[in-house]
Design a binder for this molecule. Structure first.
Ligand SMILES: [Zn+2]
Length: 387
């Protein structure tokens, strides 16, 4: 039997078992224990901690002190906890009234040292803890980017999406069937907390195209904006707000059926902006017309005319991973990290070749970097816009 418990629950039990209360039933107010008999697993945590909530098939069980477990009247099954000789705690599990105790192996989940120890050495995750990333659009692309940034240690998220999760979303989305019907913001928030329980997550269920004031506030409060929306209008609005606030933004989108896709990074006053990129792309790449770009979220705004655009989750995933990596590079610019950075404003990724659309799309699993200079006649960042 494995007993997994949070560090806070462990410290709490240590205090209780090492003190005078060792001789009677514990009074574990605010303590929850869940048994999953199929997997020989018990999880233990304090109320308010989110780390084990909603995982797997399990039943609530009692927690008692070792000595209380030997007496009658104890609800069965139960886990008995006591002080161990090495200064920690030990535990045994009693499954039935036969009284046979099963010793538990104990695993303590230490958020500070355990959760991110596999990324330490690549960069200091402490650098990302104070950062705030706004993710606008939480479809297949945005949800995957959110999760990757959470796994990397980003400490603060602002999630913006007005839509709920539908069954047709889940073949490409970070969330699954158990989240169908929920707001995508809330469902993704819970996924973020599963990977980074200390993250602060604020959710806004609004359409940014109808909430300019909120968009402005969200951008101003962020170190980086991840734009993963499905409409060009919203992207142009995000572009203008970010340019004005001097906040970098990373845009991601899949082209038709996710055969290819793009990631655009805009750092204000360094190269072209999102509008410059669109202007330039329209000239050079015929297939990337405004109509075909961005089925990144899978939903159209008009549900009556909804038509599912086919596209593999993994193909969207490649593009989302590039967007997440560029976001990470941007957050760690000028910091001492081994993540690296790119010069180009734009990355085009091809999943499935379509040579008829040009050299850019002639090979599978290929990427191109594209430099996009600032366009003097850009409506967002050009001379006309500034005057
Ligand atoms: Zn521009």
């Amino acid at each position: 039997m494995l007993l997994v418990l949070s560090e806070a629950a462990h410290d709490y039990l240590l205090t209780l078992t090492s003190g005078a209360s060792n001789s009677g039933p514990l009074t574990p107010a605010g303590l929850t224990a869940q048994l999953n008999s199929d997997e020989d697993l018990i999880r233990l945590w304090l109320d308010g901690e989110t780390i084990f909530e909603g995982i797997g098939k399990s039943q609530a069980i009692a927690v008692v002190s070792e000595s209380a477990g030997k007496g009658g009247g104890t609800p069965i099954p139960f886990v008995a906890v006591s002080a161990s000789s090495d200064g920690g705690i030990k535990a045994s599990f009693t499954p039935d009234s036969g009284g046979v105790k099963i010793e538990c192996e104990i695993e303590i989940v230490r958020l500070d040292t355990d959760v991110f120890n596999r990324v330490q050495g690549i960069f200091d995750t402490g650098l990302l803890r104070p950062k705030t990333v706004a993710i606008i659009g939480l479809g297949s692309g945005g949800s995957l980017v959110a999760l990757e940034l959470a796994k990397s240690g980003v400490g603060n998220f602002v999630l913006v999406d007005f839509d709920r999760l539908h069954a047709h979303n889940i073949s490409r989305h970070a969330c699954g069937l158990s989240d169908v019907g929920r707001y995508k913001t809330r469902a993704v928030r819970d996924k973020i907390l599963q990977h980074n329980p200390q993250a602060q997550v604020i959710c806004h269920e609004v359409d940014v195209t109808e909430a300019n004031e909120l968009l402005c506030q969200v951008v101003v409060d962020s170190d980086l904006v991840v734009a993963a929306t499905d409409s060009e209008v919203s992207r142009y609005m995000i572009n203008e707000e970010c340019l004005q606030a001097g906040v970098p933004a990373v845009y991601g989108g899949a082209y038709e059926r996710a055969f290819a896709g793009e990631v655009v990074r805009v750092i204000p006053d360094q190269g072209g902006c999102y509008a410059c990129v669109r202007q330039g792309m329209a000239r050079v790449v015929r297939s990337v017309s405004a109509d075909q770009v961005f089925d990144y979220t899978e939903d159209t705004e008009d549900n009556d005319t909804f038509q599912a655009e086919p596209g593999l989750g993994m193909d969207v995933g490649f593009i989302a991973m590039i967007q997440a990596k560029v976001a990470l590079m941007t957050l760690l610019r000028n910091e001492n990290s081994q993540v690296g950075d790119i010069e180009a404003q734009m990355v085009v990724w091809t999943n499935t070749p379509r040579p008829e659309d040009g050299k850019l799309f002639s090979e599978p699993m290929a990427r191109y970097f594209i430099n996009v200079p600032k366009s003097p006649d850009c409506v967002a960042c050009g001379e006309l816009a500034e005057s």
